[in-house]
Design a protein around this ligand. Structure first.
Ligand code: ADP
Ligand code: ASP
Ligand code: MG
Length: 418
């Protein structure tokens, strides 16, 4: 019988210090002892990536993206080497590689590169020799051999892409949480671990702020139907399966699956990384919004939520959100456009947060939005903007209320431990 191939990914908190790296080595070796082939993806130690970003910004607030990738990719290079050494110490063979060495080829969009292909020959060759293969997460290289990174949280993507390409039996994401919870357990200690979630729900939760999985990794998992097991680095308990909806029943058991079908909201998320821009008194005529947003998009600014108020006296206010890292540039361009279009003031608000509820059950239920707005209103939390998708509702509120709002909504939709 062919050996079982497992791709395991250990996040930054799982390898934050020497003791933890040794623990990870023991975990990996435990699977090797059981006769599995292992490809282990590792993130940078603890907060290394954040510290490297800070370091770069002390030198240049707008560093070259190519050089940023050169810098950030070093974090993962440290952790793979240390993990290999820890495994050697336990008497097992392991070999570490950078993304470039292992054949992860990406496009050249530095800091958010996309994987074009993975040449798995090297990995297979080392596995055949009986070695545990350790791969630096979050990075690749262009065909011209420039080092690239895959966006923050990108080690998840490395793991999923390798699992797909190697046709691994399992893809395990080890973190400092025991799985996917109904909300961030750091905000709501009563949050409940979910046995299984669909790709769509996880994708929505991730893109609305649940940092536990990088959203692009879920896109890839969904596209190629790669089941993911999110679990704790610090225990052996089963975590959460992120899977195709057809498998939910099998994983959760018929009873739990039925319960899940009845659940309208399965999670609450929060995101503090956006800022809001409002253009006041915009002339209400065709093409005005198009000109503002065209200007922003040609400057590479990603606009998220957009709200245009009801027009009165042929003038209207337009509000939209952008990533807070882009607010300076976005504000400048919007002021330029407002002047050109003879609109009024341009206001910037960096103190906002987005709270969202997510659930596939929403498609077939009425009154979910009303229940959300009511819960916030009863707690005197003002809603500044609203947006909806098929399976989520988001509200922009003031940042200082973000955690409180998460707890209120978690309670309102009865998500706590049963
Ligand atoms: P890693 O370093 O392992 O990649 P991350 O810090 O990227 O870990 O993600 C894990 C964190 O995600 C948890 O510590 C938790 O605070 C946060 N988190 C946010 N939302 C959720 C959620 N719904 N379920 C589980 N964890 C969540
Ligand atoms: N170290 C990278 C980051 O902090 C990638 C990862 O952890 O997945 O974003
Ligand atoms: Mg992560």
């Amino acid at each position: 019988m062919a050996k079982k191939l497992i791709v395991q990914k250990f996040g930054g908190s799982s390898v934050a210090n020497v003791e933890r790296i040794k623990k990870v080595a023991q975990k990996v070796v435990g699977y090797k002892r059981k006769g599995c082939d292992l490809v282990v993806v590792v993130s940078a130690l603890g907060d290394t990536t954040d510290e490297l970003v800070e370091l770069a910004n002390k030198i240049n607030i707008e560093p070259s993206e190519r050089e940023m990738d050169m810098l950030l990719s070093t974090g993962e290079q440290i952790s793979v080497a240390l993990l290999a050494m820890a495994i050697h110490k336990l008497g097992f063979e392991a070999i570490s590689f950078t993304g470039a060495q292992v054949g992860i080829i990406t496009d050249s969009s530095h800091t958010r590169a996309r994987i074009i292909k993975i040449n798995t020959d090297k990995i297979k060759e080392e596995l055949k020799k009986g070695k545990i293969v350790i791969v630096a997460g979050f990075q690749g290289a262009t065909l011209k051999k420039d080092i690239t990174t895959l966006g923050r949280g990108g080690s998840d993507l490395t793991a999923v892409a390798l699992a797909k390409e190697l046709k691994a039996d399992t893809c395990e994401i080890y973190s400092d949480v025991a799985g996917i919870y109904t909300t961030d357990p750091r905000i709501e200690p009563g949050a409940r671990k979910i046995p299984a979630v669909t790709y769509d729900e996880m994708l929505e939760m991730a893109s609305l702020g649940a940092q536990v999985m990088q959203s692009r990794s879920i896109e890839v998992a969904k596209k190629f139907n790669v089941p993911i097991h999110v679990r704790s680095s610090f225990s052996n308990h089963t975590g959460t399966m992120i899977i195709h909806p057809a498998l939910i029943k099998k994983i959760s058991g018929a009873k739990e699956a039925k319960m899940m079908e009845e659940v309208v909201v399965s999670g609450v998320t929060m995101n503090k990384s956006e800022a809001k821009i409002t253009v006041c008194n915009v002339p209400d005529r065709p093409g005005v919004a198009a000109r503002i947003f065209k200007e922003l998009s040609s400057a590479g600014i990603n606009v998220d939520m957009i709200v245009q108020n009801v027009s009165h006296l042929r003038q209207t206010d337009i509000s939209f959100t952008v990533h807070k890292n882009q607010i300076g540039k976005a504000g400048k361009l919007t002021r330029k456009m407002a002047k050109l279009l003879k609109a009024g003031d341009v206001l910037e608000d960096r103190n906002i947060a987005r709270v969202s509820i997510v659930g596939v059950g929403m498609k077939s239920h009425f009154g979910v939005a009303a229940a959300m707005f009511d819960a916030l209103a009863k707690n005197k939390i003002n809603i500044e903007m609203i947006s909806t998708s098929d399976i989520s509702i988001s509200c922009i509120i003031q940042k200082k209320f973000a955690e409180k709002a998460v707890r209120i909504l978690h309670k309102k939709f009865k998500l706590a431990k049963r």
